[in-house]
Design a binder for this molecule. Sequence first.
Ligand SMILES: NC(=O)c1ccc[n+]([C@@H]2O[C@H](COP(=O)([O-])OP(=O)(O)OC[C@H]3O[C@@H](n4cnc5c(N)ncnc54)[C@H](OP(=O)(O)O)[C@@H]3O)[C@@H](O)[C@H]2O)c1
Length: 330
Amino acid sequence: MSFRALVVTKDDEGKTHAAVEEMTEDRLPEGEVTVAVEFSTVNYKDGLCIGPGGGLVRDYPHVPGIDFAGTVEASDDGRYAPGDKVVLTGWRVGEARWGGYAQKARVKADWLVPLPEGLTARQAMAVGTAGFTAMLAVMALEDHGLATGQGPVLVTGASGGVGSVATAILAHLGHDVAAVTGRPDNADYLRDLGATEIVDRAELAETVKRPLESERWAGCVDAVGGAMLARVLGQMTYGASVAAVGLAGGPHLPATVIPFLLRGVNLLGIDSVMQPYDNRLRAWERIARDLPMDKLDAMVEAATLADLARLGADILKGQVKGRVVVDVNA
Ligand SMILES: NC(=O)c1ccc[n+]([C@@H]2O[C@H](COP(=O)([O-])OP(=O)(O)OC[C@H]3O[C@@H](n4cnc5c(N)ncnc54)[C@H](OP(=O)(O)O)[C@@H]3O)[C@@H](O)[C@H]2O)c1
């Protein structure tokens, strides 16, 4: 029985091409669990894997899609049985291995988690890797002492996937959220998600000579990195933490160590890919509890496999707002 998948190929000149193709099950990679995929999403990394590869894709032809939700169709592992609803994020699925942009996927049982109680498969992928990572960042800030009433929490790259979900979660938890965006047209969207202050990206785009500025932020979820992260470190309140999630603004960190030494600022690294199972469950439970579903609905755009080539290019240009849910069966 054949099924549809988005297949990326590479030509002799090294150029990649993405197209929806018919696929047979015998071409799926090895793994204990075969999943009938229902929904996937578009994350920044997906943009790289649909397009230029970004050093992430090992072999071509490749099926991208770094996350998916669906129903177990066959399983050689005692933890999962046909009919079970499951979610996958990370483990380099969709990068080094074939991923979720297909009506079927085959993966290791260790990489799956049961669909969190209270979420549908579509909602789980509206959250996706970006939203899951936003929750990991919020949990890390809390584990390092963030509580409400300490002052505003900054979210950079706020109208992107990580930023939108982080904004909605933090606002729901009772924090004042300052949302940094380079797209002023998205101010109303961010206010609707719960942001109380909109900060123009240009205001934080450059490093300054002074390593310490006025103390402004009680916490930060940073999806941007680069000069903006360096700048923000000097604006954190005493003992506050920044959760470094992304590099939408670049991988380099032109910072000094002064904020760490004189203000006890913490820089917390957030990785969603190799996250241990127990913490994955904890993050999904928190998402089901602390991310209001009406806010999630407001940030979602619906798409199909045929839309992915365009959306992959858009997300690399920073032009996707919020989250995209891909119905692989539409
Ligand atoms: N650590 C992990 O495990 C993990 C997991 C998921 C994602 N990530 C990373 O997190 C980042 C965000 O992912 P995403 O899926 O949310 O992507 P996204 O939807 O494209 O969001 C990124 C946002 O950053 C802002 N931005 C884009 N280019 C910028 C620039 N040059 N300077 C400053 N701001 C810029 C834009 O927001 P505005 O238009 O509002 O300014 C954009 O919407 C990516 O770097 C991704 O690789 C890491």
